[in-house]
Design a protein around this ligand. Structure first.
Ligand code: HEM
Length: 412
């Protein structure tokens, strides 16, 4: 009897249960439709080899200028157009959405502050912030990891690095949350509107901060960037604003997910937690394995600049392609039969693509790793018997997936 061919399934992050477990569905995509055009327009890649090649291919673009007009005719872009037409809000010029040669210039201007050696100097101040957070958690007994550790730590560290003034954390957190929603492949009209208003508010806030910093310079990254802008041809005012905004948002919206979801997974794998609590030499590998296992940024995006063939499928010039980092990180073709298991002693855990790859490889990778190493390592050694004390809440994002609440019970 001949089998009736079944149609390849489509990627659907709106299905029930996806927020708690996106991996089962992604694994199905990797097996049955690893290179596909999604129902909302962009192409999506799920295998490690395709993702890795795409991210490192210099022929691809990250700039919206490369998108073919017909690919901007979706509801999503029509709504963006409508919002932009009614305002003087300009599109962003951050290095994340800029191609060479501008990308190279913008990245070079800030990269010195993010080298492993510069970041290592922050160790004592990050440890002090972690210890203070753990003191508060210990005093509470039943407490929330996100509220006390996973969110404030990266937020305070990037605020301090940039030399930002004290500001209303809640307001900035709300804007930033609304803004990063635009990184999701599916977004509602209301979310687009909220992101637009948040973008306007964030721009105004950053512009005010830059003005304040001009008369209050310090030994910080923002002062160094302002000097580059005042030098004239190296950085325009708008570029300055957009790099500060990117560093600020990327500096905390991603690491919160690594620390929060990472600790959640360790608490759900008590054997791994016990191993780590007993052996600090595992800290660095633990961070790489958690990055592989939870992928705090689930997708990167590229735009084809010429017809591009992957696996016999032709992706025409000017198309969006989403590289599923989370799925690549669990591809058995690279990781073998234990791809879906958490193993903090895994050899080669650092081959994950959670920080991307190629020219746009995460500038903050060393910083994020150090924050996670100190936060998670210190937490498990101070509270080796910690346990989950209620239902965790997911943040509802498809791309920057993480927890907005993780109740735990801690005792020294
Ligand atoms: C666990 C935490 C983090 C993860 C998972 C992460 C992930 C990523 C990924 C996947 C990219 C590449 C996007 C692409 O290929 O299109 C990226 C780029 C970037 N990240 Fe991170 N990131 C993290 C933390 C940070 C931190 C702490 C900072 C800064 C303070 C930062 C700053 C940046 C910047 C500036 C870029 C753009 C680089 C470029 O375009 O050349 N990230 N990040």
């Amino acid at each position: 009897m001949t089998e009736t061919p079944t149609e390849a399934p489509f990627y659907n992050p709106l299905q029930d249960g996806y927020d708690a477990d996106p991996y089962t569905h992604q694994s199905e995509m990797r097996e049955l439709a690893p290179v596909q055009q999604t129902l909302v327009g962009p192409w999506a890649l799920f295998r490690h080899r395709d993702v890795f090649e795409l991210l490192r291919d210099p022929k691809l673009s990250v700039s919206d200028d490369s998108v073919a007009p017909e690919n901007l005719e979706t509801e999503r872009y029509q709504k963006f157009e409508e919002m932009f037409a009614d305002s003087d809000y300009e599109s962003r010029q951050s290095m994340l959405s800029t191609d060479p040669p501008d990308h190279t210039r913008l990245r070079r201007l800030v990269s010195k502050a993010f080298t492993p050696r510069s970041i290592e100097q922050l160790r004592p101040s990050i440890q002090a912030l972690v210890d203070e957070a753990l003191d508060t958690m210990e005093a509470e007994g039943v407490t929330d990891v996100i509220e006390h550790l996973a969110f404030p730590l990266p937020f305070d560290v990037i605020t301090e690095m940039l030399g930002m003034p004290e500001a209303d954390q809640h307001k900035i957190r709300d804007w930033s949350e609304a803004l990063v929603k635009t990184l999701d492949p599916i977004i509602t009209d209301e979310e687009i509107e909220a992101a637009f208003h948040a973008g306007v508010n964030m721009n105004t806030h950053i512009e005010q901060v830059i003005e304040w910093k001009r008369s209050n310079p310090g030994d910080d990254l923002l002062t160094a960037m302002i000097e580059a802008e005042e030098d004239g041809d190296r950085l325009s005012s708008r570029e300055l604003r957009d790099q500060v905004s990117l560093l600020f948002v990327a500096g905390h919206e991603t690491t919160v997910n690594l620390i929060g979801t990472g600790l959640y997974e360790l608490l759900r794998h008590p054997d791994q937690l016990a191993l780590l609590a007993d052996d600090p030499s595992l800290d660095a590998n633990m961070v790489d394995e958690l990055l592989r296992f939870v992928a705090p940024v689930q997708f990167s995006r590229r735009i084809t600049t010429s017809d591009h063939t992957i696996d016999g499928q032709v992706i025409t010039a000017g198309s969006f392609v989403l590289a599923c980092l989370a799925s690549a990180n669990r591809d058995p073709e690279l990781w073998g039969p234990t791809a879906d298991e958490l193993d903090i002693t895994r050899d080669g855990a650092g081959q994950h693509v959670s920080f991307g790859s190629g020219a746009h490889y995460c500038l903050g990778a060393s910083l994020a790793k150090l924050e996670a190493e100190l936060a998670i390592g210190s937490f498990v050694r101070r509270f080796p018997t910690a346990s989950i004390a209620g239902d965790p809440e997911w943040n509802g994002r498809i791309n920057l997936r993480g927890l907005s609440k993780l109740p735990v019970e801690v005792a020294p």
